[in-house]
Design a protein around this ligand. Structure first.
Ligand code: VOV
Length: 249
């Protein structure tokens, strides 16, 4: 058996994709709509307090195309806390006017492929903690997609010796580093949690960088030979101040 890589695991992550049922939303009176928006805002204010305490993080992005109208993304230390938020969100008035289209459950992950040998407890390292328990960046754009590593015939990632996988991840990391300052990546492991093995969330102020990095990585062996991808979701930041405008009819 090949050696499994050791992972460091951080906050659990739920990405909830919804369409808005505009036809029903339009049937409400102005007052009813305003009350629903205000209730949604109060819910987000509570989440903002948790984020200010650095006990979790969340973000909202509008999504382009027919796959969804927005993505609500939440990070929390436990599945119980994550579910509590999902449950509360589901009971908001605004949510009665949404249609769930996709969701993804995962946990923020760092692997030790490229870690240096050390006696230090990585969970106490401030840099590692910042990666495992991140406050999500408020970039203008987001790109989310789930992915697997292939297990087919001679192209089986899980049968490769550790040293070979390490080399492939080193090359992957070198490409990634070219996008420093342009893209922030959040890699979440989801084996046993959802339908794919990882959820990849990229944040950038320049949406074109998503196309550039994904295309460039397709030529790198870790992706070219072993990457398999699910649906892509791309969107724009929906700040609290823009909520009313977004829901205006
Ligand atoms: C934005 C830049 C960027 C950078 C700097 C970067 C670097 C790194 C490093 C150094 C490492 C290994 C250590 C760790 O941190 O785990 C990883 C790990 C990983 N990556 Fe990555 N990645 C990036 C970006 C980046 C992208 C765009 C993708 C999607 C691939 C594509 O073709 O669409 C991706 C995927 C992954 C995955 C699925 C893993 C886990 C693989 C596993 O088998 O465990 N990643 N990644």
């Amino acid at each position: 058996m090949s050696e499994a890589v050791v992972t460091l695991d951080g906050w659990y992550t739920l990405q909830d994709f919804r369409k808005i049922d505009w036809a029903s939303w339009k049937l409400l009176s102005n007052e009813e709509r305003q009350a629903a928006i205000q209730e949604f805002q109060q819910f987000l204010d509570k989440l903002n307090e948790v984020q200010d305490q650095k006990e979790g993080s969340h973000t909202l992005y509008t999504i382009l195309g027919h796959k969804a109208d927005f993505m609500f993304m939440v990070l929390r230390p436990t599945l119980e806390e994550l579910h509590e938020i999902e449950n509360e969100f589901n009971k908001l008035t605004i949510t009665e006017f949404t249609i769930p289209t996709y969701s993804y459950l995962s946990v923020v992950e760092l692997s030790n492929y490229l870690a240096k040998d050390s006696d230090e407890d990585p969970y106490q390292n401030p840099y590692v903690r910042g990666r495992l328990y991140p406050i999500l960046p408020k970039t203008q754009h987001v790109c989310f997609y789930p992915m697997d590593k292939r297990r087919e015939g001679n192209d089986n990632w899980y049968m490769l010796p550790m040293e070979e996988r390490r080399e492939l991840m080193r090359s992957h990391g070198l490409i990634g580093r070219k996008y420093a300052g342009k893209i922030k990546q959040l890699i979440c492991g989801s084996s046993g949690l959802d339908d794919f093995e990882w959820g990849v969330t990229l944040f950038s102020d320049d949406a074109l960088q998503f196309k550039k990095i994904v295309y460039e990585m397709r030529f790198d062996e870790a992706s070219a030979r072993y990457g398999e991808f699910g649906a892509f979701f791309v969107g724009n930041l929906l700040e609290d101040d823009d909520l009313s405008r977004f829901l205006q009819v």
